[in-house]
Design a protein around this ligand. Structure first.
Ligand code: T4K
Length: 389
């Protein structure tokens, strides 16, 4: 890693890149290696690898306690957890979601022949705008899926009020919101249920994995059946189902990562603050901040490049990549511009002006335990030099 000094020193001018090895967004946080290997040894000794094993059960209990909810139903991925929650809730017809989210939120509906209808976001929060949601309701609408994007809560009360008024089901995609709170209540208790992702790139991972959190006993029972083919005891299938189970080795990773979670959040917070200080004062550049009265996981450092910036978002993005800083443009260009939704809604841009504007402005910067202060200073230096040079 070299120190960037002038614009001529940037790799886009032919100099060596700031980072010899790529600096990724989403580089996994990994807890105790020894702890994981100990669990792995126990798994081998027991010869119990999957199908609601003891580590999955322990993991579910600890995640439920952490979020202060009655049930955590662990699954093989966040996407399958979304699909199963959607089916267990009985959603059909049309379901309103933001377009500014990872494609899995939309695909989990489309995969089950449910039409995702995209509502616009509030440009200040990047989460669903309740008025926009209201304007997209039709006689076919059965539900709303709010997304706690970047770990910052969707407007849960306003969405619940709309759901109650129109008799709709409400659930949340909380893939980014493990360990986050809203008005003092941990994520997991809002709506009918909330879905977590434990993918490798999430700040808390089980290699691959996900879960549904809920306080609804019946819903939890239905999802437990559905994730295991609908089996109720041996040879007795009482419900349609799929294979959504979490495996023991994933739960082992989850358990060691739960032990490390406080230090991971501290590292993320420290990194966020370093970026915030280093980038403040740059014209047209701002970081999305967090409500410090809540619990936050700080897993996404979201830099917004607005029209006051002398260079474009894409120019900054390219200069970072030239330096081997693999920033991301999540969730550009928005689900409505991707297949198959772009064909279903070719003119959706007209109804989603805030989504389009935000998607064109955001850059996600690297953070996590693999990123240290020196690396952050180097990233800041590239951005400063590129903008002011
Ligand atoms: N809802 C929302 C709102 C979500 O954000 C997601 C997932 C879901 C639902 C669905 O949950 P899952 O079914 O995935 O559990 C990544 C993740 O694959 C995806 O889980 C995540 N959101 C999304 C925001 O990011 P990509 O397409 O960016 O992945 P990829 O392979 O480009 O990796 C991202 C970066 O991470 C790369 O620069 C390399 C680095 N990386 C990746 C892996 C897998 C590592 O350093 N090590 C690794 O092991 O989607």
């Amino acid at each position: 890693m070299k120190t960037i000094k002038t614009k001529q020193d940037l790799a886009i001018n032919g100099a060596a890149p700031a980072f010899e090895e790529p600096l990724h967004v989403g580089c996994p946080n990994i807890g105790s290696r020894e702890g994981f290997l100990k669990y792995a040894g126990e798994i081998f000794d027991r010869r119990w690898l999957t199908n609601n094993g003891p580590l999955v059960q322990e993991f579910e209990q600890r995640v439920a306690e952490y979020h202060n909810v009655t049930h955590c139903v662990a699954m093989c991925s966040g996407t399958v957890a979304l699909e199963i929650a959607i089916r267990a809730l009985g959603l059909e017809g049309e379901v309103i979601i933001p377009s500014y989210t990872f494609i899995a939120t939309a695909h989990a509906l489309h995969w089950q022949a449910i039409t995702p209808v995209f509502a616009d976001i509030d440009p200040a929060t990047h989460t669903l705008d309740p008025d926009a949601v209201r304007s997209m309701i039709t006689p076919r609408t059965t539900g709303i899926i709010g997304v706690h994007l970047w770990g910052r809560s969707a407007p849960v009360e306003a969405l619940q009020a709309i759901a109650d008024e129109y008799g709709l089901k409400l659930m949340f995609d909380a893939a980014h919101a493990f360990g986050c709170s809203y008005r003092g209540t941990m994520v997991g208790s809002f709506g009918a249920c909330e879905v977590l992702s434990f993918h490798a790139t999430k700040f808390f991972n089980t290699f691959e994995g996900g879960a549904v959190l809920t306080n609804d006993d019946k819903l939890a029972d239905a999802m437990r059946l559905m994730r295991n083919f609908g089996f109720s005891g041996m040879d007795n299938v009482i419900h349609p189902g799929t294979n959504g189970k979490m495996i023991e080795v994933a739960a082992a990773m989850g358990l060691v990562n739960l032990d490390a979670i406080t230090s991971v959040i501290e590292a993320n917070k420290h990194n966020f603050q370093a970026y915030h200080e280093g980038l403040s004062g740059l014209s047209g550049i701002s970081l999305l901040t967090f409500d410090e009265s809540e619990l936050n996981n700080y897993q996404y450092v979201v830099m917004v490049v607005d029209e006051k910036c002398p260079v474009t978002r894409d120019q900054i993005f390219q200069s970072l990549h030239a330096e081997n800083i693999l920033a991301r443009k999540y969730f550009w260009p928005g689900c409505h511009k991707m297949k198959p939704y772009v064909d279903l809604y070719p003119h959706a841009d007209l109804l989603l002006p805030n989504t389009c504007q935000v998607a064109d402005r955001v850059i996600i910067l690297p953070t996590g335990t693999a990123v240290n202060s020196n690396m952050i200073q180097a990233v800041i230096s590239v951005i400063q030099t590129y903008i002011s040079g």
